[in-house]
Design a protein around this ligand. Structure first.
Ligand SMILES: C[S@@+](CC[C@H](N)C(=O)[O-])C[C@H]1O[C@@H](n2cnc3c(N)ncnc32)[C@H](O)[C@@H]1O
Length: 236
């Protein structure tokens, strides 16, 4: 435990501010503004239109958790751990580190899940997560782009682990906005891909993809292409 007392380590396990500070620093561009440089929090605040005093306190707090290290003269740099939250960092996990405010409310209801096994989300929001996203397009966009970033950061590791066919059709059920399929088809020119997801996820213009009707008849209407198509449904 790196020389820490059990109580000190235990205190870190129950703090909620570390993940929230990391998430807001990623979303505000603070982590990216540091990049691999030694920088002053004040300069980073100016570059990210954030409050200098608040950024200085966030950086000091995250330095206490090993995300930043002091570099002297008021400068800080990201540590090896902190660089895992940089875009494009090999093996990085920035896709997991963005803030989605609704999660806080759902987690606050998690004792319901512990008692009953049922989902916590409807306890606060009155409807299931996927239905709620349909009614909240800006959150849906954030969720879908977060999924894309998260999945992108996992695919370098995950794609080679599977024995993908050299040709034929691969169907990604709940495939979101298709990042896995895009990466797969780059490697398998002879394959055809189908993304199967909810209408609001697959709607909108998508270069190189065609749309087909869902089996339920509830999705956007049918255009197909020889190599790529995209399918939507309302029920799995
Ligand atoms: C956790 S996300 C994963 C997205 C994608 N596979 C990825 O890894 O980035 C789950 C996906 O399932 C989709 N989904 C949920 N309920 C669905 C349903 N009833 N029919 C089709 N897709 C559904 C969601 O819209 C979402 O895109």
């Amino acid at each position: 435990m790196d020389g820490q007392s059990p109580a000190s380590r235990a205190a870190q396990l129950i703090d909620y501010w570390t993940p929230l500070l990391i998430r807001m620093s990623v979303d505000a561009g603070i982590i990216e503004a540091f990049g691999r440089e030694e920088r002053s929090p004040l300069d980073v605040a100016a570059a990210t239109s954030t409050n200098p005093d608040a950024v200085a306190r966030v950086v000091r707090a995250l330095a206490s958790r090993g995300v930043f290290a002091e570099a002297g003269d008021g400068l800080f740099r990201l540590t090896v751990v902190g660089r895992c939250f940089l875009e494009g960092e090999r093996g990085g996990i920035v896709g997991l580190a963005t803030f989605k405010g609704y999660e806080i409310h759902a987690w606050a209801e998690a004792p319901h899940t512990l008692r009953t096994g049922g989902p916590a989300f409807p306890e606060h929001f009155g409807q299931g997560f996927w239905e709620w996203l349909v009614d909240h397009p800006s959150f849906a966009a954030h969720f879908n782009s977060t999924m894309r970033r998260r999945t992108s950061s996992l695919l370098d590791v995950a794609l080679p682990l599977m024995d993908w066919p050299d040709e034929g059709t691969v169907v990604d059920i709940g495939g979101g906005n298709g990042v896995l399929m895009e990466r797969l088809l780059e490697r398998r020119a002879g394959s055809r891909g189908v993304i199967f997801d909810l209408p609001h996820v697959v709607e909108g213009p998508r270069d190189g993809w065609a749309r087909v009707s869902s089996p339920t008849g509830s999705s956007s209407s049918g255009v197909t292409s020889s190599r790529r198509c995209l399918q939507a449904t309302t029920s799995m």
